[in-house]
Design a protein around this ligand. Structure first.
Ligand code: UGA
Length: 437
């Protein structure tokens, strides 16, 4: 069996590498020629734990990386993992996925194969039925369900654990018509992931499952963030003890209750906005989802208010941001809360210094010469009047009185309570911990 994966971002490249490492005959396809070159030489175009290791194992087996779409003609399964970014009104941008399925359709027109096309990209309910299926049928001149299969196959992997999540998913979702192709896909996945539950449903439900998943995660985060704000006004209260305890209730669950500066990244904010936009469009007022989003935006505003309360005017104050990636163990800064915060502080004319163990290069691409890039945590804190710890990188745990001794004003905002157990000679504020005055 030959498998093609189209779009070599986090989802596509992780899938390509894992399938290839298991000895499958895989073709990874991307329109970006430079990116393909890099991947072919065993270098991942972004930092993701274990990805390069898996990719290199795959490259020694039956993995081809190419920008040549025509190679899908011999494939039995074609996964599409094209990005679906956000338009300015919050709706999703389908141009990349339309382009990918148009190319597949053209190749299908000349192919003798009856492959299964599986869409991994996140798309709003109705997209498969109203956009993707018509493009494929029109371009190929063939009928879905008879001459080729079309299945919605949403992805749930998280960046920073993409390989583990690809190898050990918690669920497989297959949406579409109950045809011979669906049976084949089910058998493929049950062999690949024995003991993993498979949900077989229609396209629109599969599409909605993805949004339900991400919006529920966002809701958990905004919930705990709002509670953390309440805790901050109860002297001595600690959000982590609360999260840990309620997380033991199986009806609640322990994960995604880590309070902080709000959720960022290329998925949760985008998917929340797309779902809100979609709900509005079909006449359902998404009151709860709107509140989740608003709570998320407020988290950052709260940080700015605290700085202004303590430092007065922000203009010309030297502020250090520790952690600019959207979460630890990644170099991805897309929609990172830290990046948004820096933009707001720059507007207020702050002088910004940053440090991140992996995301310096990507941060530099955004701010170029407008901010200072430090070589270490201590270097970043030198002469600073305020330090904000945005995400929990392991190495931030080493910060101590010695590291802060050259701060001009020892004022620390710890969004992840990394230093909450240390005796610091500083004005220390942690999100979710009530200050004892
Ligand atoms: C998210 C989902 O978790 C994945 O299941 C999904 O497949 C993916 O989006 C996607 O749609 O592609 P990811 O964007 O990698 O994955 O990031 P998360 O781990 O969900 O974190 C998102 C944001 O929430 C980060 O800014 C993180 O710091 C924040 N977060 C997460 C918290 O503030 N608290 C938590 O308890 C968890």
């Amino acid at each position: 069996m030959k498998i093609a994966v189209i779009g070599l971002g986090f989802v596509g490249l992780s899938l390509t590498s894992v399938l290839a490492s298991k000895g499958n005959n895989v073709i990874g396809i991307d329109v970006d020629v430079e990116k393909c070159k890099k991947i072919r030489s065993g270098i991942a175009p972004f930092f993701e734990p274990d990805l390069e290791k898996m990719l290199r194992i795959g490259l020694k087996k039956k993995l081809t990386i190419t920008d040549d779409f025509s190679l899908v003609k011999d494939c039995d399964m074609i996964f599409v993992a094209a990005g679906t970014p956000q338009k300015s009104n919050g709706a999703i941008e389908l141009s990349m996925i339309k382009k990918a399925v148009t190319s597949i359709g053209r190749v299908l027109a000349k192919s003798k194969k009856s492959p299964i096309v599986l869409i991994k990209s996140t798309v709003i309910p109705g997209t498969m039925q109203n956009v993707i299926l018509p493009i494929l049928e029109r371009r190929s001149g063939k009928k879905a369900g008879r001459e080729f299969g079309l299945i919605s196959n949403p992805e749930f992997l998280q960046e920073s654990s993409a390989i583990r999540d690809t190898k050990f998913p918690h669920v497989i979702v297959l949406g579409g018509y109950q045809t011979k192709f669906m049976k084949k896909a089910k058998s493929f996945f049950s062999k690949l992931h024995p003991n993993v539950s498979i949900t077989i449903t229609n396209h629109q439900t599969a599409e909605m499952i993805k949004y339900a998943n991400n919006s529920f995660l966002a809701t958990k985060i905004s919930f705990i963030n709002q509670l953390s704000n309440i805790c901050q006004n109860i002297p001595g209260a600690n959000i982590d003890d609360i999260a840990k305890t309620i997380g033991l209730d199986p009806r609640i669950g322990a994960l995604f209750l880590n309070a902080g500066p709000g959720y960022g990244g290329s998925c949760l904010p985008k998917d929340m906005k797309a779902l809100i936009n979609f709900a509005d469009r079909i006449g359902t007022n998404p009151t709860l989802l709107n509140a989740v989003e608003k709570t998320n935006q407020n988290q950052m505003e709260n940080i700015i208010s605290l700085i202004e309360k303590k430092l007065g005017k922000i203009a010309s104050k030297r502020i250090t941001i520790l952690g600019t990636a959207f979460k630890p163990n990644t170099d991805d800064v897309r929609d990172s809360i830290a990046i948004e915060l820096i933009k707001k502080l720059l507007k207020k004319k702050a002088k910004i210094t940053i440090y991140d163990p992996k995301a310096m290069r990507n941060t530099m691409k955004i701010f170029e010469g407008k901010i200072v890039y430090a070589k270490s945590i201590t270097d970043a804190l030198n002469k600073s009047q305020c330090a904000i710890m945005m995400i929990h990188w392991k190495q931030f745990e080493a910060l101590n009185n010695n590291s802060i001794k050259h701060m001009k004003r020892k004022f620390i905002i710890d969004c992840r309570r990394i230093l909450s157990k240390k005796e610091l000679d500083a004005e220390y504020y942690a999100i979710g911990i009530g200050k004892k005055e």
